[in-house]
Design a protein. Structure first.
Length: 101
């Protein structure tokens, strides 16, 4: 059985035991969170409008962290304009512990 869940404006295909990196969540390490289910797949498929009624995906927070650094460079020719900045996106790593539906 698999499910399509939504978190942080993105959709993920998950199965039990999968580990995901989601947008940063307000949850402590070891705490469990419920994710909204958009689609349940398996022998039969259930599609939600927008979520599947009675279905849930339970996930346990494993860690919090920051992604690798992205470098943003800006340059304009003949104007002596150069800028360099960086960004590291925070994330929450979760492990799917159960799919109910």
């Amino acid at each position: 059985m698999f499910a399509i869940v939504q978190s942080g404006g993105k959709q993920y295909r998950v199965e039990e035991g999968d580990t995901l990196r989601l947008e940063s969540l307000e949850a402590e390490v070891g705490q469990s969170v419920d994710l909204p289910v958009l689609l349940l797949g398996g022998e039969t498929t259930k599609v939600g409008t927008p979520v599947v009624d009675g279905a849930s995906v339970r996930a346990e927070v494993v860690a919090h962290g920051r992604g690798e650094k992205l470098q943003i460079k800006k340059f304009k020719a003949k104007a002596n304009y150069r800028r360099k900045t960086g960004h590291r996106q925070p994330y929450t790593e979760v492990r799917v512990t159960g799919i109910a539906g």
